[in-house]
Design a protein around this ligand. Sequence first.
Ligand SMILES: [Zn+2]
Length: 240
Amino acid sequence: MVTELKIRIISLETAGNIRKNQSIMENLPSGDLTDRILKIALKGTPLIKIGNGHPRVMLTAGIHGNELPPQLSALRLAENLKSHYINGTIFIIPFTIPQATMNGSRRFKGFDMNRKASSEGYITNNIIKTIKSLKINSLADFHATKPHSNPGVESVFCSKKPVIQSFKIAEHINEISSSQVICHEKAGSLYSGALEDECNLSGVPAVTCEVVSHNNKLDSGSLERSYLQMIAYLNYFDIV
Ligand SMILES: [Zn+2]
């Protein structure tokens, strides 16, 4: 049985040449899908769809372009899953903002895109709209945090309200990866515009996963830790 794989572009203004990022190039997985994705990123944000069943879940990486482990991990995940049987549909955005990844930048157009998910016209708001239009059931957003920053530890952010499933997903990821659960009672209570929070507020259960790595670097083991978080997330839904 051949697994269905499709790629579309969900934003054009984010386009960038990821091959200009030396640290990414040194750690790029080999595979034809990787080549395709980097080519498409020259035109905008690529969204990979693997499989064609339920549930339908999304994994995002690279909202902060200077956080490398989750972007490389998401690419590796797509390469590995494309030839597997998928008990559902997996949407993967390995490079949310190719231009920010190219530049090794946390910000895009002067803003932190993880504070703009509720603002019309920004890429993270596009992602929310895509989740709605494609009837996606859940989202996990993957990041890296540098040592001694906030949070500075491998962790899973979640909330209990309005969607308790956010907390349950985080607990499951913790069971498998030992990533520390950081739970807020209500989504978006500290600040607004985080992709995870806006998803939860719109009724789509979401979590944010962090691994520890320096900015624009792939600290030893960080790609593997991010990969484990991704597998743990998919495992919650019995997709793989
Ligand atoms: Zn981040």
